[in-house]
Design a binder for this molecule. Structure first.
Ligand code: HXC
Length: 518
């Protein structure tokens, strides 16, 4: 090769120009806001030296009309490529806010679309590191169409490859819908925010003053809207958590999740499980203690921790194999099922089902939350999502009833006739149509009204109901559960049950798709 030739010189000049584009001053713009640059994020995510960028030198399209100015830049504000994360192939794109606010022009969009298509073709996860002002105003309808093709690609890949979004700055306008369509959304506290219309528009239209953080900060989306599944205090921890999360997932829907070693720190027969449920059936406890005494040590990775905390969801490992855990949380609202917990549970179940992750359900639920607000807001519609998700899931499904399993909630939480493969109950289980107080009030209304001492009579009847009805033995004798087990052997039983279900194969009737109540 002639290294002094014209093209070689141009090649070197372009490399130099690229270096200038990613100058220390440019980096400082990000650092001063507590943010990393797009490349720093990429370097944190990928195994050292494994990332290969493509389309480095593409330049923005010409804008259709003269309004504002499109900056001439290499890469058009987004870095795309592939590399290894924990040794496995992953595709990613990282938007660069220092170039036109990470806004999405048509070339920027085509780069993302290309990497999405490659990830799907290779059956590998795709990560979006988002830091963007949304559709590039100067490029008009072309940028809107760019978003449309990105959304279309996400939907085509949904349930085939894991798709994860990490919000690391603004995600405004169109930028919010790609995360919303992906499987999980990670956000960083105080430096990231998501909204369809920003504070300025809110001020103009509604005359309300609101900050970006109040409108769509990480905390708001993790606690209130449920849009963000995981939030962390800085970008480094956000990316490290994402890498850990990926280690639980298969690369695609035809692979199984990776298996890791188990140090045996949690014994298969574990007497500690006998002491978690309080003697008083109305007393709360933390179901996460139960989870930690069942799954491999330190393996529980909770998802949507702050949203609808009355249901706990997360990935964990059992003898090194990934499982999905869904557990009612008696510590929050008595573990009741309401609109948010139903939606949270259903979405998690569907994710696990799509990616061959067996489901473990730990049940202690007094029922659905009563009230005008819940009924008017559609608890019927949203509760139905849980039913649909559990019943539709074909992965191995095991339920352990720890305590309360009343009414519709018994049915919903992966009951046997809904398709549960193994359903166990602890001796503390209370399985019945409704709780003792409600049942006594309905069945003995007249007797209580005519009694000289109604509170004494009620106490007596409640005790009788607890002894005779609200226990696990009727369901055990009639085969509505598989077995009442000693809590100490729960881990052992679950491991053998999942082993027995290892080759579970379900033939689903041919159809376009079911009609899940949305
Ligand atoms: C072009 C944009 C841009 C955009 C930001 N910039 N957003 N350029 N199109 N959408 C540019 C700015 O002009 C500025 O350029 C640079 O990026 C940094 O922006 P600042 O405003 O200085 O930064 P900051 O104060 O941090 O505010 C960030 C921001 C704000 C909150 C994202 O820029 C903003 O509100 N942008 C518009 C957000 C929005 O409404 N997007 C919706 C687009 S419509 P200079 O040259 O000054 O550095 C859309 C529709 C799709 O997306 C709908 C699909 C469903």
């Amino acid at each position: 090769m002639d290294l002094s030739g014209k093209h070689y010189k141009a090649f070197i000049e372009r490399q130099e120009a690229l270096k200038k584009q990613y100058s220390p001053q440019q980096a400082e713009k990000q650092h001063s806001k507590g943010k990393l640059t797009a490349f720093e994020r990429i370097n944190l995510l990928f195994d050292a030296g494994s990332f290969e960028e493509i389309y480095t030198f593409v330049t923005p399209a010409a804008q259709p009309v003269e309004f504002g100015k499109v900056e001439k830049s290499f890469g058009d504000g987004v870095i795309v490529g592939h590399g290894k994360v924990n040794g496995r192939l992953v595709f990613a794109y990282a938007q660069d806010f220092t170039i036109m606010g990470g806004s999405l022009g048509i070339i920027h969009a085509k780069k993302i679309a290309k990497i999405q298509e490659m990830a799907l073709k290779m059956g590998s996860p795709i990560i979006g590191l988002i830091d963007s002002g949304g559709a590039r105003i100067q490029e008009g309808v072309a940028s809107l169409s760019g978003y449309a093709s990105i959304f279309h690609n996400i939907i085509q890949s949904s349930g085939i490859i894991p798709q994860i979004s990490v919000i690391m700055g603004p995600a405004a306008g169109g930028a919010v819908y790609s995360p919303a369509l992906t499987d999980f959304v990670f956000m960083t506290n105080h430096t990231s925010y998501m909204f369809v219309t920003g504070p300025n528009v809110v001020k103009e239209v509604l005359n309300e003053e609101v900050s970006s953080d109040q409108l769509g900060g990480a905390e708001v989306h993790a606690r209130k809207s449920g849009v963000a599944h995981m939030i962390y205090d800085d970008e480094e921890n956000t990316i490290l958590a994402l890498k850990k999360f990926l280690s639980y997932l298969p690369s695609n829907n035809v692979e199984n999740p990776p298996v890791v070693g188990d140090d045996g720190a949690v014994p298969d027969v574990n007497p500690k499980l006998r002491d978690i449920i309080p003697d008083d059936p109305n007393k709360a406890y933390d179901v996460k203690e139960v989870i930690h005494q069942i799954v491999d040590k330190n393996s529980f990775f909770e998802t949507s921790e702050l949203f609808a905390a009355n249901i706990v969801t997360g990935l964990a490992r059992l003898k090194g194999k990934t499982i999905g855990v869904v557990a009612n949380q008696p510590k929050v609202l008595a573990g009741v099922l309401d609109i948010d917990s139903s939606t949270k549970g259903a979405r998690f179940i569907r994710f696990c089902d799509a990616f061959n992750i067996p489901l473990l359900t730990l049940e202690d639920v007094p029922g659905f939350l009563p009230g005008v607000d819940q009924e008017h807001s559609g608890i019927i519609r949203h509760g139905a999502k849980m039913l649909f998700a559990y019943s539709e899931a074909t992965v191995p499904k095991i339920t352990v009833i720890l305590r309360k399993a009343y009414g519709g909630a018994f049915i919903v939480m992966n009951s046997k006739n809904l398709g549960g493969d193994f359903n166990f109950a602890w001796p503390t289980a209370e399985i019945a149509v409704m709780g003792p107080d409600g049942a006594v009030a309905i069945l003995y209304r007249k007797e209580l009204a005519g009694s000289k001492n109604p509170s004494e009579l009620k106490k007596e009847l409640v005790k009788k109901y607890r002894d005779k009805v609200a226990n696990p033995f009727i369901a055990d004798e009639s085969g509505y559960i598989d077995e009442v087990i000693d809590p100490a052997v729960t881990r052992k039983k679950i491991i053998s049950a999942f082993t027995a279900l290892n080759n579970k194969w379900v033939k689903v009737p041919a159809r376009k798709h079911g009609n899940m109540p949305l």
